[in-house]
Design a binder for this molecule. Structure first.
Ligand code: NAP
Length: 229
C-alpha cells in the first residue's frame, strides 16, 4: 500500500534523487522533488511524471518549501553541500520529521578520487546529518550502495539496501521505501554509526565500476529469511 504522506527528496534533481523519485512514483508514493531552485524542481518533477505515467503524484518545490510540506525527507546532495543545506533548512524542517540520508563523503568533492572517502569528524555523513537536524527529528542512513544509473532505468535492481538508524520509526520508513524498489531487498543494518561502513562500500563500488565498467551493487547472503524485507 502506498503511504498517503508525501516524501520530499531534498536535492532531488540529481541522478540519485531522480532515480529514487522515479521508482517510488511508480510504486504510487506522493513525491516532492526539492531543489535550491523551484523551477528546476518543477522541471525535474515533470520529467519523472513523463516517465512514470499520468497518475504519478510528483511535484517540485524549493527545498525549504518541500520540508514544510512533508514530514518524510530524503537527502540526496553532495557531501560538500550537506552541512550548509541542513543548517539553512533547519527552521523549515517540521518537528517529528524523519530524514533518510544517502550522502557519501567522496573525496571527489574536494578534487580527490571518487573511489576514496573523506574523514568525517562525526564518523559518517549520516551522523553529521543527525547532528544538524532539529531536536526530535530522527535520521536513518540508506540507499548509498544503489546505482543511480540503474535506478533511472526500468529494470529490477540486483542489490540489497542496508538501513542504519538509532530510531525504530526512521528505520522502518527507510526499510519500507527500499522494499518498494523492484529487485531490492531491505535489511536492518543496526545503529546509525554503521553508516560509516555503508558509505565506504560506495567508494569501493565506484572503484569496481571504473575497473570493470559496470554498475555494481551488493547482496548479503546467509541471513534468515525474515531478515530480508
Ligand atoms: N549517483 C549515485 O549513483 C549515488 C548512489 C548512492 C548515493 N549517492 C549519493 O547521493 C548524493 C547525491 O548524488 P547525485 O549523484 O545525485 O549528486 P549530484 O547530482 O551532484 O547532486 C544532487 C543535487 O544536489 C543539489 N546540490 C548540488 N550541490 C549542492 C550544494 N552545494 N548545496 C545544496 N544542494 C546541492 C543539486 O540540486 P539543485 O541544484 O537542484 O539544488 C543536485 O542536482 C551524493 O551524496 C552521493 O554520494 C549517489
Amino acid at each position: 500500500m502506498p503511504d498517503s504522506r508525501p516524501i520530499a527528496i531534498l536535492g532531488g534533481t540529481g541522478p540519485a534523487g531522480m532515480g529514487l523519485a522515479l521508482r517510488w512514483a511508480r510504486a504510487g508514493e506522493t513525491i516532492i522533488i526539492g531543489s535550491r531552485d523551484a523551477q528546476r524542481a518543477q522541471e525535474a518533477a515533470a520529467n519523472i511524471k513523463n516517465k512514470s505515467g499520468d497518475n504519478a503524484r510528483v511535484s517540485g518545490m524549493e527545498n525549504s518549501a518541500a520540508c514544510s510540506a512533508a514530514g518524510l525527507l530524503v537527502l540526496t546532495v553532495p557531501f560538500e553541500g550537506q552541512a550548509t543545506l541542513l543548517k539553512q533548512l533547519k527552521p523549515a524542517i517540521r518537528a517529528g520529521s524523519m530524514l533518510i540520508d544517502a550522502t557519501v563523503a567522496l573525496a571527489a568533492g574536494v578534487g580527490g578520487r571518487a573511489s576514496r572517502t573523506l574523514g568525517v569528524w562525526q564518523g559518517s555523513a549520516a551522523q553529521q546529518a543527525a547532528e544538524l537536524v532539529p531536536k526530535g527529528v530522527s535520521v536513518a542512513a540508506a540507499f548509498h550502495n544503489l546505482s543511480a544509473e540503474l535506478l533511472n532505468g526500468d529494470q529490477a535492481i540486483d542489490c540489497d539496501v542496508i538501513v542504519c538508524s538509532d530510531d525504530a520509526g526512521a528505520s522502518q520508513f527507510a526499510l519500507t521505501l527500499a522494499g518498494k524498489i523492484p529487485g531490492v531487498r531491505a535489511i536492518d543494518g543496526g545503529k546509525l554509526e554503521n553508516a560509516r561502513i555503508l558509505e565506504q562500500i560506495t567508494a569501493l563500488l565506484v572503484g569496481l565500476n571504473i575497473r570493470h565498467k559496470g554498475h555494481g551493487g551488493i547482496r548479503i547472503t546467509g541471513l534468515p529469511p525474515e531478515a530480508y524485507r
